[in-house]
Design a protein. Sequence first.
Length: 440
Amino acid sequence: MKELEQITASRRGFLGLATGGAALALGAGQPARAAQVRTNARILILGAGAGGAAIANRLSERLDGAEITVLDGRPQHWYQPGFTLIATGLRKADYAITSTEQWLPRGISYINEYAAELDPEANRVTTTGGTRIEYDYLIVATGLVLDWDAIEGFDLNMVGPENGISAHYASPELAELSWHAMDKFTSEGGVGMFGRPATEMKCAGAPVKLCFMAEDIATTKGNRDKCDFVYNAQATNLFGVPVIHHRVRQIMDERDITYRYQHVLKGIDLGAKTATYTTPEGDVTDTWDFINVIPPQRAPQVIRDSGLSWADRWTDQGWIEVDMQALRHARYPNVFGIGDIDGVPKGKTAASVKFHIPVVEDHLVSEIAGREGTRIYDGYTSCPLITRIGRAMLVEFDYHDNLTPSFPGVIAPLEELWISWLMKEVALKATYNAMLRGRA
């Protein structure tokens, strides 16, 4: 019975709920950790975000004697799932900000610098401060970079209510400025433009969430008839999973939100308040009063220059060439990837990170112990798709676009439910923090 409970709990996705978020944060109800493996291996982790911090904590418990180094130049840890809540006025910027160091385990080395050069042939990384670090195993958990320069005419200094520009992906502070721009738009009215880039991106549902939330806020204020909402999809769908696309389209139709396919933001003209979109028929230019800008997203340049990227896929983006199930590099077997940097068909969400971590842990520790790893990543991705304040759909799916609900028969994944909203607003952060500590 206990084994059955553990198996059931392992399929409850990222959010958990009742015994999930709060219990995980306290470390309650977790299965006993595996026995330690003795080693003097040098393990270098690039990035101290969700994936880097979590794997550092887990490996520090699993490996006795390992030399673990974490390299990350940002002193702040950002709780990025909270950016949408900040950008819609439900939280302040400080909700998403903690220190990077507080999440890292004792006994490891933390270097507050970025990687400047990575040589996987020599098993060596050079930091921005000039320090050379030799490794036996490398875990790439750098996340991705936002290519703001790819949007012609745009600058992050434009974000805020004065210009009607939102860029909530940029940082907690700019997410809060984005809220002030949305607040003004939903009070005064006009045309609001939303959309996403054509590249792979983290939390691909976030642009849809922001559009839904803005429409709901305008409705709540009694200003819906003064606002037009336009969602510009980069492809021929509104969401990559067909059944979710159809549900999102239905909601947009019900709420009179205009949607356009194959419209990719190319540039903006602040003075004229116009946006130019690339389409199959040529460029289209529209006027706006509010626009949410989300740029193309790519691997950091140091990763793209390292030779770890795919040579024949995502060549404009640079995601690393890992096996989609083992998350181990195809050409450098001592290299693993966690999180957004992985070149896999799906998995650029915090929920995916949670499922990457035990796979990488298993294969790396098994390698050190002289055995084969067995765990696989099946593409699990979770997106609490907020549709209005107090309502969300808890959509979960895998590599094959199969819905993988954590609570079948209890929470319908395509229904707008208060309980799904509660999981996003309340339970998620506790579970996320537990993950960082290696407990979830």
